[in-house]
Design a protein around this ligand. Structure first.
Ligand SMILES: [Zn+2]
Length: 346
């Protein structure tokens, strides 16, 4: 069973590579928009899963508001990018279904929008003293004494934690990502396997190398975008909690066969940030930061693509050179041989 699913994964990875290869050829003159064709936005939680709770709001609602606002801006800034949402209302699609949806629609980027939370701080203060009686000694020496014992009041304060962090699926977990990719990629349907990928030998070293390369590319791309997102948050004065790798709790990132990041937009447990996250200005600022990061990311992808194309061309011309040299050498040797024969014939 494992072997079989592994083959399917390889087929999926190959299909992805194959598609991007075809796309490269077809869009030579309209490359700008084509490095990303489809973005899937995933507003965290929803429905019966409210996510983290603030003093007056729920994470699920902020996630949806920010996602929809961000989506509108993406549509405006990048009209050629196809935009999809895992949810647009207060519902809870299973994580598995979210990943499947993104994979089925051949997303080029998966953006999860979340809100962070930290436990409140337990505080205490002395509100007075109580007189307590106690005894020392035994028999005749027994004495009655009193002492003052402080009385405390306990209360909680919201956590001080604030700022943004962006998660990517851990590099050390890339094997698990492969596992998830092969378990979830929709093109792996068994009946279609022979029909669609019959001619490919999934055991060939080239094929395996290509598949592993694809997984590494997801990581590099996710990490690059995550870095850009945090950079932009810093520029508008948000507290930077950095790009983090996490294995647990972000299942959805590992299951997507595409670069993916999870953005914790702020702390609902911090009253100041809860206000910011619920405000129109806050949500606009967050979305604008993500848009600027996206622009940088697209530019980076385009430059990478150009470099790759250049490398490819160089390789090709090197190849032509080699062939030309080989042909010339062959010609020369044949000429020498012919001359030798002529000499011998004389
Ligand atoms: Zn969340």
């Amino acid at each position: 069973m494992i072997k079989r699913t592994f083959l399917f994964f390889l087929a999926a990875a190959f299909t992805i590579s194959f598609y991007s290869f075809v796309e490269d050829d077809a869009t030579n003159d309209n490359r700008k928009q084509r490095v990303i064709k489809t973005i899937v936005i995933d507003p965290g939680h929803g429905g019966s899963d409210a996510g983290a709770k603030g003093q007056y709001s729920y994470e699920k609602d902020i996630c949806l508001d920010v996602s929809l606002k961000l989506g509108k801006m993406i549509e405006k800034e990048f009209p050629d990018i196809k935009l999809l949402y895992t949810r647009t209302t207060d519902t809870y699609p299973a994580l598995h279904a979210r990943a499947d949806y993104a994979n089925n629609n051949k997303g080029d980027l998966f953006l999860c929008i979340h809100v962070n939370s930290a436990p409140s701080r337990r505080m205490s203060e002395i509100v007075g003293h109580k007189t307590v009686t106690y005894y020392t000694g035994k028999g005749k020496n027994r004495k009655k004494k009193t002492k003052q014992v402080p009385q405390y009041r306990y209360y909680t304060l919201p956590s001080n934690a604030k700022g943004t962090e962006t998660y990517i699926w851990g590099a050390h977990k890339s094997e698990e990502k492969e596992l998830a990719v092969r378990e979830n990629a929709p093109m792996l349907a068994e009946e279609n396997f022979e029909k669609n990928y019959g001619g490919i030998d999934p055991n060939s070293p080239e094929f395996i190398a290509l598949s592993l390369l694809k997984t590494k590319q997801y990581f590099k791309r996710s990490a690059t975008l995550a870095g850009y997102v945090q950079d932009e948050f810093v520029k508008v004065g948000r507290v930077d909690r950095d790009v983090k790798q996490r294995g647990v709790g972000i299942w959805v990132l590992q299951a997507t066969a595409m670069p993916s990041v999870l953005i914790e937009t702020g702390f609902i447990s911090n009253p100041e940030e809860e206000k910011y996250l619920n405000s129109g200005e806050g949500q606009t600022e967050l979305s604008e930061c993500i848009i600027r990061a996206l622009k940088k990311y697209i530019k980076w992808l385009e430059e990478k693509q150009e470099e790759d194309n250049k490398d490819e061309k160089e390789e090709k011309s090197k190849d032509t050179d080699r062939k030309a040299t080989a042909a010339k050498t062959k010609e020369f040797l044949e000429m020498v041989e012919a001359n030798e024969k002529k000499k011998q014939a004389k």
